[in-house]
Design a protein around this ligand. Structure first.
Ligand SMILES: [Zn+2]
Length: 270
């Protein structure tokens, strides 16, 4: 699932390409993805782009915005005469823009969604409102310590809970826990002071590296330019089952924590 670095890469690229374009027409081919409100967007021009956790928000000049959640396999791809990307067989929504440009929403599994809101009400929208603080934005060490201390759930499960902290998903949680040498199964409230601080530092560092490589394209994710990210070439532990730990050489194992595939070096992560 696209996480903070992937969605932020899309946001910052679209900021270059999309701002100023007018939406002329919207084709919705799979109704459950974009259930209602498309007529409010037609005629609007793109003013700015925001991101809340894994949700992309596109604000128009007419007072309306739309929220996009990519869920597991969503893609948002821009196309113009200078950047000629094509529709795929998974293109379920097409925003026809002026100057022969298009914005495609592709989604193989069809779990993604697009929702229209008044711009002034985006932050009060229930999904956005429930999001926890975000690393690299407003997650302080003090707040992080309170979140960890609040539950005995495995620390990795807590990191994935968007209502506790937002933006981190399975890839970056695995890599941050490895970087901080913490076992993903540890109860969140068992972390000591130095582990708490090391873990927050690791989350911030790994997200920055993810951003630098424009996200991880090990599965469906591509950038708004239609290209692959490169973080998958730099995974620390995620997906590296059977390979050697980059720190101690022990074999990386795959375990399941809270139903999610989890990768650990049992030698390093205590
Ligand atoms: Zn190791």
């Amino acid at each position: 699932m696209p996480e903070l670095p992937e969605v932020e890469t899309i946001r910052s690229q679209l900021e270059k390409y999309l701002v100023g374009h007018k939406i002329e027409k919207i084709d919705v081919r799979v109704a459950k993805i974009f259930a209602s409100g498309k007529e409010k967007l037609v005629g609007g021009r793109v003013k700015s782009l925001r991101r809340f956790g894994k949700v992309l928000v596109i604000d128009l000049t007419n007072g309306y915005s739309f929220l996009i959640h990519l869920k597991l396999t969503g893609q948002v791809v821009f196309s113009s005469p200078k950047l000629p990307n094509k529709e795929s067989s998974y293109t379920h929504v097409v925003f026809h823009l002026d100057k022969n440009a298009n914005l495609f929403f592709n989604d193989s599994r069809k779990f993604g969604w697009i929702k229209v809101e008044k711009t002034a009400e985006v932050e009060a929208e229930p999904f956005v409102k429930k999001l926890g603080p975000e690393p690299l934005k407003n997650l302080t060490l003090k707040k992080f310590q309170e979140i960890l201390a609040s539950t005995r759930r495995p620390v990795k499960i807590l990191l994935l809970d968007q209502e506790k902290l937002s933006g981190v998903g399975n890839i970056y949680a695995n890599d941050a826990l490895w970087e901080a040498k913490i076992n993903p199964r540890r109860p969140a409230n068992s972390l000591g002071l130095s582990e708490q601080s090391k873990l927050l530092g690791a989350i911030e560092e790994i997200l920055k590296i993810g951003l630098k490589y424009q996200g991880a394209s090990d599965q469906w994710y591509i950038t708004a330019e239609g290209k692959k990210g490169r973080y998958q070439e730099h995974f620390l532990v995620y997906g590296r089952v059977g390979e050697s730990c980059r720190r101690c050489g022990a074999k990386i194992r795959r375990v399941v924590v809270g139903g999610r595939g989890t990768f650990i070096c049992a030698n390093c992560q205590k």
